[in-house]
Ligand binder design. Structure first.
Ligand code: AMP
Length: 279
């Protein structure tokens, strides 16, 4: 079993010991309900670091929708069993009061890259992410932080945060892990009823087709419109956005010679799904 601690004091005691031994420490921040996507990050950290901490914390500050927070799956015992199989050295699973004790008043807010797309659709979301990630880096004193491409914009926000605040942590981005049918693994997939689960892979398929069409010479606008139509035809009740953006700044980009990313958010059976691919 990997040990689990729930207080910052216990976490620090362990970390101080490791730092005295000059161990390289990796942290994998998660909200739990772990799946292969999370475990791939933990395995990468295991391969690259002497000590690995996985944090499990459903961060209320990054939820702009109270139902989403309430319905977010919480499966600590199963998560601990999966992490023991990696294995990681320590699981940090604090409760909300441990992270935000009475009197807590600081917000970390990243400009620019956190404003469009998810930032626009989910006001306050990235302030919550940047604040908790900054705290987790401070608590764990990690040398490396592992984040998934699945949340591409979040990864760019964290890269900006670390650069702007000179945080002494190296950020490692990891490929999105997908189900056999292409659906990006996500804790929220568990909330899809079977009929919707069968339709969900259309999100990745539509993005992939749009990128292929653009590479074959179709206009960005037309390819994106067709992708949105495919989602609606398949049964997605709402397409929030499908956008082609500069991969680092997330600003609109019509320059195919620079790295670009196609990103999307859409609702299926009351569940908000996001995905993105290189374009
Ligand atoms: P979450 O628990 O959703 O906050 O995710 C924790 C970390 O795991 C984030 O860095 C995510 O980007 C990453 N992650 C989530 N799903 C996947 C996936 N399917 N493939 C790779 N990384 C993922």
């Amino acid at each position: 079993m990997s040990a689990t601690v729930t207080t910052v004091a216990d976490l620090r005691a362990r970390v101080e010991e490791w730092r005295r031994a000059a161990a390289v420490i990796g942290v994998v921040p998660t909200m739990g309900a772990l799946h292969e996507g999370h475990l791939s990050l933990c395995r990468r950290a295991r391969a690259e670091c002497d000590r690995v901490i996985t944090t499990i914390f459903v961060n209320p500050r990054q939820f702009n929708n109270p139902d989403d927070l309430r319905l977010y799956p919480r499966t600590l015992a199963a998560d601990e069993a999966l992490l023991a199989g990696v294995p990681v050295d320590l699981v940090f699973a604090p409760d909300v009061e441990e992270v935000y004790p009475p009197g807590f008043r600081t917000t970390v807010s990243v400009g620019g890259v956190s404003e469009p797309l998810e930032g626009h659709m989910r006001p306050g979301h990235f302030d919550g992410v940047a604040t908790v990630v900054t705290k987790l880096f401070g608590m764990t004193r990690a040398d490396r932080g592992y984040f998934g491409h699945k949340d591409w914009q979040q990864l760019q926000v964290v890269l900006r945060l670390v650069r702007d605040l000179d945080l002494p942590v190296e950020i490692v981005g990891c490929e999105t892990v997908r189900e056999a049918d292409g659906l990006a693994m996500s804790s929220r997939n568990r909330r899809l009823p079977p009929e919707a689960r069968a339709v969900a892979p259309v999100l990745f398929a539509a993005l992939s087709a749009a990128v292929a069409d653009i590479r074959a010479g179709q206009s960005d606008r037309m390819a994106i419109r067709e992708a949105a139509e495919k989602l609606r035809a398949a049964g997605f009740e709402r397409v929030e956005y499908i956008e082609l953006r500069d991969a680092a700044t997330l600003m609109p980009s019509d320059d195919p010679t620079r790295p670009r990313r196609m990103l999307a958010a859409a609702w299926l059976a009351g569940v908000r799904l996001i995905d993105n691919i290189a374009a």
